[in-house]
Design a protein around this ligand. Structure first.
Ligand code: ADP
Length: 226
């Protein structure tokens, strides 16, 4: 379970990005966080990843008090959260296969596990035929599928996808959302931030709407109503 308990974030220039935000995300949920640009979605994600500290309030992941993690523990903690971003963040000098295997190497996984698991996740994102291509040889949708494969290969508890379809056309957007749904069906919590109304309406999952750093709606099977 993830808990945000009255979290406020005021950046050093005085901007109030989160204003007493409280929410609970249960294991295996698929939650979309929507809201206009500047609403605080990315700040929320950064807090969960322990990339920013709250000005006040607490964030828990299971029994972990995220802000009390020591420097040496943060690395291990972040491995439990797979991340996917709008700009893919692939390594341009590595093939699709290597982008994924590298993430496993960094997590200290054995060669046998790597050679077993990489083909498996490539199959899951329908990219087995592109294993030896480089990122510049892929479409945007394909790049994002590599990023998802890399995010899930170390079997995190949570996938955080921050505007993953921001650079994609409607067909690729649909495909990425279907893959995230599949990942969720396999038991991973998914937190998706998006502006895209079509994405939200087709999902039929929980939608949290943010405005000026506050949760203004929380619908069990929501639609985007801004
Ligand atoms: P969203 O992801 O919903 O677009 P953000 O969390 O990125 O919202 O931003 C929330 C508010 O915090 C915005 O007003 C933004 O300008 C501000 N903000 C974000 N990051 C910083 C920062 N590092 N320093 C100062 N202000 C920031």
């Amino acid at each position: 379970m993830i808990v945000f308990d009255k979290v406020t974030k005021i950046y050093s220039d005085g901007t109030v990005a989160l204003d007493g935000t409280s929410l609970i995300i249960e294991p295996k949920e698929f939650v979309s966080i929507v809201g206009h640009s500047g609403a605080g979605k990315t700040t929320l994600v950064k807090m969960l990843l322990s990339e920013e500290k709250p000005t006040s309030g607490k964030i828990f992941f299971e029994s972990i008090d995220v802000n009390k993690l020591k420097k040496g523990e943060i690395h291990h903690y972040r491995r439990r959260i797979g991340t996917v971003f709008q700009d893919f963040k692939l390594l341009s000098n590595k093939t699709v296969y290597e982008n994924i295997s590298f993430a496993m190497e960094m997590a200290g996984r054995y060669d046998e596990e790597i050679s077993a698991d990489v083909p498996h996740v490539l199959d899951l994102v329908n990219l087995s035929n592109k294993a030896y291509n480089f990122p510049h040889e892929l479409s945007g949708g394909e790049k994002q599928r590599v990023a998802i494969a890399r995010a899930i290969v170390n079997q995190p508890d949570i996938i955080v996808a921050d505007e993953p379809t921001g650079n994609l056309d409607p067909i690729n957007t649909h495909e990425i959302i279907q893959i995230l749904k599949k990942v969720n069906d396999l038991g991973t919590t998914v937190i998706l931030t998006t502006h895209n109304k079509g994405v939200i309406d087709s999902l039929g999952k929980r939608v949290i709407t943010m405005e000026k750093g506050k949760v203004v709606r929380d619908d069990k099977s929501g639609r985007y109503s801004m």
